[in-house]
Design a protein around this ligand. Structure first.
Ligand code: SF4
Ligand code: SF4
Length: 77
């Protein structure tokens, strides 16, 4: 199963990842992070297909996906 890592304090609560996920398995928390934003969280991890759309979409590089022993991190431009 893919591993989804969301760095909560890096999230600005834009919800882009929630809409990008084809499986609809990301949602927003009811708590706030250090920046004062509701952050993205995984609500149904077993249904993740490891497509990495969430990580690619996140403008703040708050998401990394682990697949087959490799962690995929993306970079700010
Ligand atoms: S890797 Fe794909 S399926 Fe998994 S949470 Fe991200 S967008 Fe959704
Ligand atoms: S796309 Fe990134 S910054 Fe926006 S809600 Fe998702 S994790 Fe947070």
């Amino acid at each position: 199963m893919p591993r989804i890592e969301i760095t909560r304090d890096q999230c600005k609560g834009c919800e882009l990842c929630v809409h990008a996920c084809p499986q609809g398995i990301l949602g927003m928390s009811k708590d706030i992070n250090k920046k004062g934003y509701f952050f993205a969280q995984v609500v149904d991890a077993p249904r993740c297909i490891g497509c990495r759309m969430c990580a690619i979409t996140c403008p703040d590089v708050a998401i990394a996906i682990g697949m087959h022993g490799t962690m995929y991190h993306y970079f700010t431009y």
